[in-house]
Design a binder for this molecule. Sequence first.
Ligand code: PBG
Length: 335
Amino acid sequence: MTALALPNFIEGMTIRPRRLRRAAALRDLVAEHRVSPGDLVLPLFVKEGLTDPVPVASMPGVVQHTRDSLRKAAARAAEAGVGGLILFGIPAAKDAHGSGADDSDGVVQRSLRDLVSDVGDACVIVADLCLCEYTDHGHCGLLAPDGTVAEEATLDRYRSVAVSQAAAGAHVIAPSGMMDGQVGAIRDALDLAGLTGTAILAYSAKYASAFYGPFRQAAESAPAFGDRSAYQQSPANSDEALREVELDLAEGADAVMVKPALGYLDVVRRVADAVRVPVAVYQVSGEYAMVEAAAARGWLDRRRAIAESLLSIRRAGADLVLTYWAVEAAEELLR
Ligand code: PBG
């Protein structure tokens, strides 16, 4: 603050901030923030029963993987130095209970075992924990007869899913359903099962955002009716995000997440200032799609837009960034 208050002229000496911007090497030397491959987490989709990878129309460059193509993508990410992978599964069959989510032979459990054995020493393997990819109605929990989410019954499902994902080798469980008490329930279940070393990355401040649209195509998880406003946060609030973060930490979260990124960098800064645990930020599908779509029309310099957005997220206070551009960033943009 005092620096801002300085006059630009002190006893005959002119202050010239541009001196430090004159050359690339100088700018690089005085850079306050950087993004490194090891800070990045790559989201991956695996779908049961596929024989070939299926492109996601609204996310050019992103596919629903087969079990095999997933292994190849993970190996490439590990080779590039990407710090972590977060896995989303799409089962062949869905039902009201999301039965596929905690099947020890389910699509995610099998692929978690693959990834942990292939690249588990180089990359942190994260399992997203939610029911929306597994329920036929597409909501993140079980439904009561009136169509609202039945929270206690949902937490029981989350407990079971967490244990099955951790038993399959996931290093980190990331609950994204925004149910009250989900972190405590999962921690409890993991500990009871003897899985005390499995960490929890809580999607703490997850907003009810229009920017998840393309993801729902990729994960086939759009709600069949209604929306998620009764469990995800309102974009109008940021104090509420701090309350969510506090609760998750009290319940045993090892790291917290803010999501989406770009419209919520004020929330990222507030959270980063408030906590002493790692802060993750999810650069979501709609952020990816916006840049890709504009760049495809020649309206944006794609590489610069990607690098700038990642740097902005780090500058706001993120320790790690979940991004669909993780591999490209690690291989090319950050070198
Ligand atoms: C599942 C989940 C969602 C995302 C991550 N986990 C979608 C949603 O809440 O509908 C969104 C990620 C993205 O848009 O990239 N609950």
